[in-house]
Design a protein around this ligand. Structure first.
Ligand code: PAF
Length: 264
């Protein structure tokens, strides 16, 4: 496995790649959810690439950025074990030579759900994904359905800008108790970890979005939203772990009649 921390070396490697390239973009903190994207990138392409870049522009809360688990050595070992050919791990300066002067902004769905609570988040995500796709030029790029709103916005961006890449959705990977795998789960204390799977359980409950939000709040979650869109139910809620709020998101296909967010 080759590790690239400068764009110059990366570009030289990319120019020599033969056949299809598959990219699994990550913020680091690799877990089994990432592993499922990487396995597909490995299986479906001649060259499997993982990017590890803790993108500062998608963190509206600087504390959240500071708390993000930094596990580079373990990440590289995992990538190698999964048969990755190349890891791109650029510096912030390399990715933002313009100082974030140029941005990709979406004017509709990015303002809803997580976007309504994390101003600028999806602008940061779309901008960095555009940059990574331009640098790596993969035939396929793999994104998890756990971040379904992100996946949907990236798919629409690729289509809107006529980008020559297939955006491949990958199913959410869950712990045995239903909790969606996320790098943030590492921040949960024992009590928080016991409560966390209730988010998934309640999302699947046959009750209104409003009733689910109320039930979650009653259990001790700080609920951001529970909302149904396009046949899926989405939620974001935080658990207080020793004074620190650990924010979790999840979504499930939802067959019930679509209801207004927070409605009866
Ligand atoms: O889902 C993530 O890990 C990040 O938002 C992504 C797609 C790597 C962009 O920084």
């Amino acid at each position: 496995m080759r590790l690239f921390d400068t764009l110059e070396n990366w570009r030289r490697f990319r120019a020599g790649c033969v056949g299809s390239v598959g990219l699994a973009p990550t913020l680091g903190g690799l877990h089994e959810g990432h592993a499922s994207l990487i396995r597909r990138a490995r299986a479906e392409n001649h060259v499997a690439v993982v990017s590890i870049f803790l993108n500062p522009t998608q963190f509206n809360d600087q504390q959240d950025l500071a708390n993000y688990p930094a596990t580079t050595e373990a990440d590289l070992a995992k990538a190698e074990q999964l048969g990755v050919d190349a890891v791109l791990m650029p510096s912030r300066e390399a990715i933002y030579p313009d100082g974030f002067r140029f941005r990709v902004e979406e004017d509709d769905f990015s303002r809803e759900l997580c976007g309504a609570h994390r101003p600028g988040h999806f602008t940061g995500v779309l901008t960095v994904v555009m940059k990574l796709l331009n640098l790596v030029r993969p035939q396929r790029a793999y994104f998890g359905e756990k971040d379904y709103q992100q996946l949907s916005l990236i798919r629409d961006m690729a289509s809107a800008f006529f980008m020559d890449v297939a955006i491949v959705p990958c199913p959410t990977i869950r712990a045995a108790d239903g909790l969606a795998l996320s790098s943030r789960n590492a921040l949960l204390d024992a009590k928080g970890r016991r409560l966390a799977p209730k988010l998934h359980e309640m999302l699947r409950a046959d009750s209104s979005d409003g009733a689910v939000a109320e039930a979650l709040a009653g259990m001790g979650f700080e609920v951001e939203y529970v909302a149904t869109r396009e046949g899926r139910r989405f939620a974001a809620a935080a658990i207080n772990c020793g004074g620190k709020a650990v924010r979790l998101i999840d979504n499930v296909p939802f067959d019930g009649t679509e209801r207004a967010p927070g409605g009866p």
